[in-house]
Ligand binder design. Structure first.
Ligand SMILES: *[C@@H]1O[C@H](CO)[C@@H](O)[C@H](O)[C@H]1NC(C)=O
Length: 457
């Protein structure tokens, strides 16, 4: 039966519930509980919007579920209970039907719905390929110009350090990160420069964070050893000790003073013919470069370079990344980026680089979509690595399928609030996300399950 929709918002609610229930069947791959959680999140959003006049007329008849829910008088709590009941019932029914290997009925008249889905699938595959070519990938020239710019600046900084701080045992600065590894997307607008600290391996040991009171498996401390035979002062780096630990804050601060506060940036800008200046007020060592127009950039476009003091001890790469480690002055961040990128490249070598293509496309989608902006290369790369554990097809023809699979996998991880790091499963990459962040991402991705085009806007 059809309600007249006198009350504000009802029509919109009906349309969304219909939409939810049809999605429920399409994402049965995600566990029932996960699905239910995301569905109720969606309802929460919907309630928030219910005060506003509906901006669309429902194009379908309301389902029986509509009546069951008795939305007219429902409080948000009751509504949630109601939808849980309905969704549960639908899932149970759909699962039962699936077990009997019968086709799962869709809420709208079937042929009509099917046709629409086929059409979407076709155009979506094409649109995704087009998105990849035109929105995701950078031109070789753009990458080259940006890399050269970063290297020019590295050369200048290094020459300056050599002339003023010859005693500081630093290795050669190196370009690192997505710009180097062909993983940067949309715009070549950032780069990392690694500054290797040369530590005497006999005097320093890394202590994993989970073995200390810090308790974080991706944090690490660097302990000074052999103080009885090689007393304090024997190593250059002893001046940066806090207790018996090398302080990432003190190292960063010294480098900040030596480079950021001391180099003649206006003169360097003159030499390089672009405006280079340190970013003030960031805990990280960051440079902003502007006006690379003659190199192919538009005026006003900015390019950022982060300088990362880095310690290599054994297999570990530790970075002074104070934006991440915050107030822990003696803590270093163990970067898994290199291992993750290398593993993806190795796996990709066996087929046709579809993992990279998928990762870059997902990165671009998340960068371009405000609701998903918090998902970065590290989250998405780890999702692809987890997906690669299963025996799946990663050939070029599977690109669209893998892309869509990544979306449902992400929904599953968001629902539990946990995305385990591939190389350190006790690290939760979603740590630090608020419940609202998770709601927002979950809702967006959930909607994308039936309308993936919304991701390519
Ligand atoms: C991704 O974001 C997390 C914070 O959510 C941050 O710790 C991490 O360094 C970021 N990774 C990359 C590759 O930007």
């Amino acid at each position: 039966m059809y309600y007249s929709g006198k009350r504000r918002g009802e029509d919109g609610i009906a349309a969304v519930i219909d939409f939810l229930l049809s999605n429920a069947r399409l994402v049965l791959g995600v566990s029932g509980a996960a699905l239910l959680g995301i569905a109720t999140l969606a309802v929460k959003r919907l309630i928030e919007r219910a005060g506003r006049p509906p901006d669309e007329k429902p194009d379908k008849k309301m389902t029986d579920s509509w009546e069951e829910l008795n939305l007219v008088s429902a409080s948000p709590k009751l509504l949630r209970k109601g939808i849980e009941g309905v969704v549960m019932k639908q899932i149970a029914a759909a699962t039962k039907k699936a077990e009997l290997s019968q086709p799962i009925p869709l809420p709208t008249p079937e042929p009509q719905r099917r046709r629409r889905m086929d059409l979407c699938a076709m155009t979506f595959a094409e649109r995704l390929q087009q998105y990849y070519r035109t929105r995701v990938c950078l031109s070789a020239e753009e990458v080259c110009v940006a890399q050269q710019r970063a290297l020019d600046i590295a050369t200048e900084i290094q020459a300056f350090l050599h002339s003023k701080h010859l005693d500081t045992p630093l290795g050669d600065m190196m370009l690192a990160g997505s710009l180097l590894d062909d993983l940067q997307v949309v715009k070549a607008d950032h780069a990392c420069l690694i500054v290797p600290l040369q530590l005497e391996s006999s005097l320093w040991t890394p202590i994993a964070g989970e073995d200390t009171f810090v308790g974080h498996p991706q944090y690490c401390m660097v302990r000074r050893e052999n103080l009885e035979f090689f007393p304090r002062g024997q190593s250059y780096w002893d001046r940066h000790l806090l207790g018996v630990y090398l302080s990432s804050r003190l190292v960063s601060e010294q480098l900040g003073k030596a480079v950021m506060e001391s180099m003649n940036w206006p003169s360097l800008s003159g030499t390089l013919e672009c405006d280079v200046r340190p970013v003030l007020g960031s805990p990280e060592l960051k440079l902003e470069i502007q006006g690379l127009s003659q190199c192919g950039y538009d005026d006003g476009e900015r390019f950022y370079i982060t300088i990362l003091p880095t310690v290599r001890l054994g297999e570990m790469t530790l970075m002074a990344q104070r934006e991440i480690t915050g107030s822990f002055d003696y803590v270093w961040y163990q970067s898994l980026y290199t291992s993750e990128t290398a593993r993806l490249a190795t796996l990709d070598k066996e087929d046709s680089e579809v993992r990279r293509k998928c990762l870059k496309t997902l990165k671009a989608v998340c960068r371009n979509c405000p609701a998903l902006r918090k998902l970065n290369g590290s989250h998405l790369g780890n999702v692809i690595l987890h997906m690669s554990e299963k025996d799946t097809d990663w050939s070029e023809s599977a690109f669209v399928d893998r892309f869509l699979q990544a979306i449902t996998e992400l929904i599953g991880y968001l629902e539990t609030g946990i995305l385990p790091s591939y190389f350190k499963p006790n690290v939760n990459l979603f740590q630090g996300f608020t419940a609202d962040d998770i709601d927002e991402m979950g809702f967006m991705l959930y909607c994308a399950v039936t309308e993936p085009e919304i991701l390519l806007i």
